[in-house]
Structures are given as structure tokens and as C-alpha cells.
Ligand binder design. Structure first.
Ligand SMILES: [Zn+2]
Length: 446
């Protein structure tokens, strides 16, 4: 009964990496994009997979991030840049990055990012560039309707020409055909089938936008490239589903072997997006499940800058300074605003003896605890406990605080238990009364 509890987050075992962000330097330069190599033990080709060059296309960025967090590559390599234009993603706008690969002024805020992308594309090790986009409507070579016509982009594999001779993966038309055939058995509806959209870019006016694109930059420099477009008419998780079907078909075609830890279904993808939404703050002393947070978390204990670190389970999660605090972002989603109360951290408390529903446990600061009915804290000299917003006084009924704005979640059932030693912050435990109904919680401290 004395087993210590570690942070209760469903996906902690999937935490392949953690990104540390140190806030405190304000700079006008554009934030740099994330880049992760997912490498197999056996040799094989290297694909560079990019997303987020247009900032308002969440399907592509979540698909690319999923390749980082949920796929294990057995042979070959994926080089993954899921958020090429972080500023545009935060602003939920397109941005113009994909028009800057023919010509860019060195005074352009995107100059260094574009240079870094070019460098990756031209890396000798990269065999093929794959861009992920969310496109309008449904591409169709003949005009069928306003949604389905040659000018649409959704549900297509875009190439600029049939082949790029002299390259191992220069058979672009064949690769696109393999992607389309790989997706077809898994279509959710028959009219969502993918088609190949050949831009024949070389025949276009040199001022055409495709001449300024990342793909065309790659091809002009002898590097094969293709683009996968999921339709913007789908909800985000369906777009991710189609992106991943396309990518898996491509990986199979080029003999990159892999495993993943979820079922590739719309439900499975939705679950992954939810489970990946976790953030750890204040040297691991605060852990947040980002899925059901209120819009504003007031009086939120956060350390001053030297101690201010966050780690996240997904590269699309970040904490951005705003006028009144720090905003949590997850891809295009603007989540809670943390209104900070500055604290100093005392990082020496390892565990808190608690009795949860009659079971004695050692609870780690930062834990999220599911509680059915009763929470008791065993005496712990020198430490003070407060349930946020209740002046240290525990409510008699969990239901009394329902909807209360001090709760972490919108239903008022996820409560902040904060632990202090004098003025020093020792950690936060989230008490999850999701299924508590009318039952009571009690305090046994002091
Ligand atoms: Zn796009």
C-alpha cells in the first residue's frame, strides 16, 4: 500500500523526447522550427518530412508530430520538421513562407528559417522531400462542382513533373500512384479518394507561385519532392488520418519499416492528439493535461525566469508570453492563459503521504490523481497545503465548487492542491474528481 505514484499521465511511456523552453529572452527574430530525426537501427533511405509551411493547416502539422511521438522506425530514417513556420501557426494564419524559396531578402524575418530548410533539403543524406499540406476542397482533373475541380487541392498527391531522372526516388508519378493505392482500401467514404495532381511546373510562367515553392526549390536542385494534401473539409483528426495513411503507403513503397503504438483509425488518431497534449512546468512540479482546461487559470504559481522551464510531450506545444501571462498553444489551438503568481521553487519534497479513497499512497508533486470520493493528507511537518481559491479551507462537497473559476477544468472537477513550505512552492497535485458525484472530500491535516 506504500507504492509511490508517479505522474499519472497516460502517455508518459510514449515520451520519446522532451523539449525544454527557456523563456526570458525576448527577440524579434522569428522562432525557429522543430527538427527531429527518427532513426531506425537498420540502414535505409532518408525522407525529409515537413509540415506547417502554411500556418493554418493543422492536419499536416499534427501528422508530422505524430511521426515523432508515436512511430518507431526500424530501417531508414525520417527527418521531421513539423512546424516550419511557428509564427504563422501561433497566429493561425497562412503566412507566405512557401513563396520565398526562389528569392528572399536577407532582411526578411524568415530568412534564417528558409536558409535552414534549404540546407536540410540539400543534405546529401536526404533521398526524398515530402511536404504535408491541408488543401481546399477535393482535387479533380475535371470540373464537377465548386468543391471538386482542377483548382482544388484536397485529397491529392501533388507532383511537379512525372520523373526526376538520375535519382533513386525520381519516379515521382510511380510513388504518387503507390500512395493513392495505399490509401484507397481505407477510405472513410468512396468520394474521398486521392488523385494525382501534376502541376507540370516547368511549363508554367516563371512568376507562378509554384516556381517559388519549397518543392520546386528541391527539384531544381536535383532532389525529388512530392506533396500530400488532405482536404480542409475534414475535421483535423480525419486529415491526420489521411496524411498518415499516405505516409505509411510511401514508407512501404520505399522500404522504410516502422511500428506505431496506436490503431490507425479516426478514433485512434483522435486519441493520440488528446493524449499528446501534456505539459510539465516548474522543474516537473506541475503537470497539466491540456485537454479540458479553463480559458484562464488565475493566481497560477510559476517560478521566476531562471527556474522557468517547461517540457512537453509534443513539439507543437508551447508557452508564449502575453501581456497578462503565458498562453499555452497546441498547434493552432490557443489554450489556457496562465495568470502567474511568482514563486520560488523548493525542489526537495519527493512525496506526500496521502490516503486516496482509503488507500495510503506516496504521491509525487506534479501528479494528477483520480479520486472517487475521499482525499486525506497525512501530517507533514513544515508544509502547508492549499486547495486553490479556497483559502486553505477544504470544501465539504465536491459539487459546491462545480463551475468555479479556480478549478483547472471547465466542469470544475479538476482541482489544484498546492504545496508550500513557508513561501516556497513545493509542487502542485491535481485532484481529478471527474466521477465524484456528490461525495465529500475531507482534510485530515493538522
Ligand atoms: Zn498549404
Amino acid at each position: 500500500m506504500h507504492q509511490p505514484i508517479s505522474i499519472v499521465a497516460v502517455n508518459i511511456r510514449h515520451l520519446l523526447f522532451a523539449i525544454m523552453l527557456f523563456l526570458g529572452c525576448t527577440t524579434t527574430a522569428a522562432a525557429d522550427f522543430s527538427f527531429v530525426r527518427n532513426t531506425g537501427v537498420a540502414p535505409g533511405p532518408t525522407l525529409l518530412i515537413t509540415a506547417g509551411i502554411d500556418g493554418d493547416e493543422p492536419g499536416g502539422i499534427h501528422a508530422a508530430a505524430t511521426l515523432i511521438t508515436r512511430y518507431q522506425i526500424r530501417s531508414g530514417q525520417l527527418w521531421i520538421a513539423p512546424d516550419l513556420h511557428p509564427q504563422a501557426i501561433l497566429q493561425r494564419e497562412r503566412g507566405e513562407m512557401n513563396l520565398k524559396f526562389a528569392l528572399i531578402e536577407d532582411s526578411d524575418p524568415l530568412y534564417s528559417s528558409v536558409a535552414r530548410i534549404k540546407q536540410l533539403v540539400l543534405d546529401q543524406q536526404v533521398d526524398l522531400l515530402v511536404n504535408l499540406h491541408d488543401g481546399s476542397g477535393f482535387y479533380s482533373p475535371e470540373r464537377i462542382s465548386r468543391q471538386r475541380n482542377p483548382g482544388s487541392w484536397g485529397q491529392s498527391v501533388v507532383i511537379d513533373q512525372q520523373t526526376l531522372p538520375g535519382n533513386r526516388f525520381g519516379n515521382l508519378q510511380d510513388l504518387a500512384t503507390a500512395i493513392v493505392s495505399g490509401i484507397t482500401p481505407h477510405l472513410l467514404r468512396p468520394n474521398e479518394h486521392f488523385q494525382i495532381k501534376n502541376m507540370r511546373t516547368a511549363t508554367l510562367d516563371p512568376q507562378a507561385p509554384t516556381h517559388k515553392s519549397l518543392s520546386w526549390f528541391a527539384l531544381r536542385h536535383g532532389k525529388p519532392a512530392l506533396t500530400i494534401e488532405a482536404s480542409k473539409t475534414h475535421p483535423v483528426h480525419i486529415r491526420v488520418y489521411y496524411h498518415l495513411l499516405a505516409l505509411e503507403a510511401l514508407l512501404n513503397e520505399v522500404s522504410i519499416s516502422f511500428t506505431r503504438d496506436f490503431e490507425l483509425t479516426p478514433q485512434g488518431v483522435a486519441r493520440v492528439i488528446r493524449e499528446d497534449a501534456q505539459m510539465t512546468l516548474a522543474q516537473g512540479r506541475i503537470h497539466l493535461d491540456l485537454n479540458r482546461m479553463q480559458r484562464n487559470l488565475y493566481n497560477f504559481p510559476l517560478p521566476a525566469e531562471p527556474q522557468f522551464s517547461t517540457s512537453v510531450t509534443n513539439p507543437l506545444i508551447s508557452l508564449q508570453p502575453e501581456e497578462n501571462g503565458y498562453r499555452i498553444h497546441y498547434g493552432n489551438n490557443r489554450l489556457a492563459l496562465l495568470h502567474p503568481r511568482q514563486v520560488e521553487i523548493a525542489a526537495d519534497l519527493k512525496a506526500i503521504p496521502m490516503i486516496i479513497d482509503g488507500i495510503r499512497q506516496q504521491v509525487t508533486p506534479g501528479a494528477i490523481l483520480a479520486v472517487d470520493s475521499h482525499v486525506q493528507i497525512e501530517p507533514l511537518p513544515d508544509y502547508q497545503f492549499t486547495l486553490a481559491g479556497h483559502n486553505g479551507k477544504w470544501p465539504d462537497q465536491a459539487t459546491r465548487i462545480e463551475g468555479d473559476r479556480v478549478a483547472v477544468d471547465r466542469s470544475g472537477r479538476l482541482l489544484r492542491l498546492e504545496i508550500y513550505r513557508d513561501d516556497m512552492f513545493s509542487g502542485m497535485i491535481l485532484l481529478d474528481f471527474r466521477n465524484a458525484g456528490e461525495k465529500t472530500i475531507e482534510e485530515e491535516e493538522s
